[in-house]
Ligand binder design. Structure first.
Ligand code: FAD
Length: 485
């Protein structure tokens, strides 16, 4: 029946051919996307709007769409998003923030009134409460992005720093559960609770172990999960120092997820650098194995810009749902470390793991989403969950269309969407109005910590910052309407 539906569905055939296939460029001739940071042309986006998920009114300005914003908020958003559209600003954002802080309280005031208020939920509980209440009035759900992480080339932090970070995360979970009752999420960056270099070494040791012992991924995950209670059983070839760093980090992750599970706060493990991917995925899968028996409490992140993304999704779904037998949970993102990945590949003499073109990343993203939705539709009784984390209208439309084609309703508890706080309200609001679950990933923390973090994120997400043209158009229209221009 389902097969027949797929063959007969007039929407499915061109979509499958044009947007999910990974073969030759000729096959992509129907893809109305240009490569390299370019969004679809207005003609092609118009076609897509008519063809896929046409019931979602993204792209058409209507009075009321931005009524939640005060006029000063609109002016600030226009200023900040316009500023972020200049490549020279975004690529030098860290230096520019550093210069602004040299102006003392005046510089800090300027940053707070602009970038901080635009992109950060708050730095105090009352401030965050106001943000969350405003989101709740618009049907948006809180997803907290803690500002604690280590770069792959940073100097390793002390154990005390990781313990302190765990304590901050536990406090943040308490705050999140106090502010938001509707299944809030906290993002967990593994490099906040263990050194990036350890994650790299564990990744190598895992790959070696799988090759030497010829065991399945599920067997290795079960063995590693067992090490939380029995640390002596860790068989990976690592120095004693690395073993204890890894086991301490794993313990911290487990303590955090258990605490969140008790508070009914979901946890999504963020994806970071490719060299850490096997270890980070293993941590997420171990946590799923331990906590996702009856529900989706904790999940992983898949970066679709990686050439092996679809393969990773397929293998992860099998390992988690079939071999381990628990619910899978994950967010699919395009990936935020493209420049650094290419730089590291170049520096260390290996082929970049990132897709060579934007178009290839788009195909990979849409295919990864479809793979999970298909799996969800084939297992309706499971409580697995997919979070479609993107600001790409085409991907959002394709995901919504696939949900419909797979008979997954908009408000189904197995799928949700997410955008970054301060951005893409013109996508989030129409999704909410059609009953989809929508999260806003919202950083929380003091200005001195959050702004350098945001600057790094901004330069890693240059395309998002530079591509906010549609959003600015909507803001202008709203402003003109208010001033009757
Ligand atoms: C809620 C949320 C959580 C997130 N969590 C994570 C996370 O855990 N880890 C993480 O890495 N990122 C994360 N991100 C960021 C994400 O990976 C993207 O960087 C960001 O969302 C932009 O992609 P897009 O789908 O929104 O939009 P688009 O603007 O359509 O896509 C831009 C992205 O396409 C890719 N791209 C652009 N040009 C090229 C090119 N020439 N070749 C190949 N690929 C190209 C890059 O990934 C770039 O970021 C998250 C984003 C959101 C909204």
């Amino acid at each position: 029946m389902r097969l027949c539906k797929k063959v007969c569905n007039p929407l499915f055939a061109p979509w499958n051919r044009a947007l999910f296939c990974t073969s030759t460029a000729a096959n992509h001739s129907k893809i109305p996307l240009k490569a390299e940071f370019v969004t679809p042309t207005s003609a092609s986006i118009g076609q897509i709007r008519n063809q896929f998920a046409s019931w979602i009114a993204i792209g058409s300005y209507k009075p009321g769409l931005l009524s939640h914003l005060s006029t000063p908020d609109i002016m600030r958003a226009l200023f900040v998003l316009r500023t972020c559209s200049y490549d020279f600003v975004v690529s030098r954002s860290i230096q520019l923030f550093n210069i602004s802080t040299k102006f003392g309280p005046l510089g800090e005031w300027g940053l707070r009134k602009t970038f901080f208020n635009q992109f950060v939920g708050g730095d105090t509980l009352p401030g965050m409460k106001l943000t969350v209440e405003s989101m709740q009035r618009r049907g948006l759900v809180l997803m907290v992005a803690p500002v604690l992480e280590e770069d792959i080339e940073d100097e390793q932090s002390s154990q005390k720093t990781y313990d302190d970070n765990l304590q901050s995360l536990l406090n943040l979970a308490n705050m999140t559960s106090a502010l938001e009752k509707k299944k809030p999420i906290i993002q967990l960056k593994p490099t906040a609770i263990m050194p990036a270099i350890t994650l790299e070494k564990v990744s190598k040791a895992m790959t070696q172990y799988l090759e030497d012992k010829k065991v399945t991924h599920a067997t290795l995950i079960s063995q590693l999960a067992n090490c939380i209670e029995h640390p002596k059983n860790l068989e990976l070839k690592l120095s004693n120092e690395d073993k204890s760093q890894f086991l301490d980090g794993l313990q911290r992750a487990d303590v955090f997820v258990k605490h969140c599970r008790d508070l009914k706060v979901h946890v999504l493990v963020d994806a970071e650098f490719y060299s850490c991917k096997p270890a980070i995925s293993a941590i997420a899968l171990i946590l799923m194995a331990r906590h996702n028996g009856d529900y989706h409490h904790v999940g992983n992140t898949i970066q679709a810009y990686l050439k092996d993304a679809v393969q990773t999704i397929e293998s992860e779904l099998k390992t988690v749902t079939e071999d381990i037998g628990v619910n899978w949970y994950g967010k699919i993102v395009r990936g935020a470390y493209m420049d650094r990945e290419r730089y590291l590949a170049d520096k260390n003499g290996y082929i970049s793991p990132v897709c060579d073109t934007y178009e290839a990343t788009n195909i990979s993203y849409n295919k990864a989403v479809k793979t999970v939705l298909k799996n969800l539709s084939q297992n309706p009784k499971k409580k697995s969950h997919l979070l479609v984390a993107s600001h790409n209208e085409v991907s959002i439309r394709l995901a919504a269309q696939a949900m419909k084609d797979y008979e997954i309703s908009a408000n189904d508890d197995r799928v949700s969407f997410a955008q970054i706080y301060g951005m893409a309200d013109y996508l989030s609001t129409p999704l909410v109005s059609k009953n989809y679950h929508v999260y806003k990933s919202t950083p929380y923390g003091p200005i001195v910590k959050v702004l350098p973090y945001l600057a790094r994120r901004a330069s890693e997400n240059r395309s998002v910052m530079m591509g906010a043209r549609e959003e600015r158009d909507m803001l202008w229209k709203e402003l003109k309407m208010r001033f009757k221009m």
